[in-house]
Design a protein around this ligand. Structure first.
Ligand SMILES: [Zn+2]
Length: 52
């Protein structure tokens, strides 16, 4: 009798857009040399995305 390996499916994945940080550096900073961070639009600041 074979035991099936439990397959753990995470309900959430790390957001690839912000690498789990929840925010991303703005592509168009208002001031040159000043890094502006905005809430990640993919995960809305959570840093994770629901896996489907
Ligand atoms: Zn994100």
């Amino acid at each position: 009798m074979k035991m099936k390996k439990p397959i753990i499916k995470p309900s959430e994945n790390k957001c690839p857009e912000c690498m789990g940080a929840g925010y991303v550096s703005a592509k168009h900073p208002t001031r040159p040399g000043v890094k502006t961070y905005t809430v990640c639009k993919e995960c809305k600041g959570k840093g994770r995305l629901a896996a489907d």
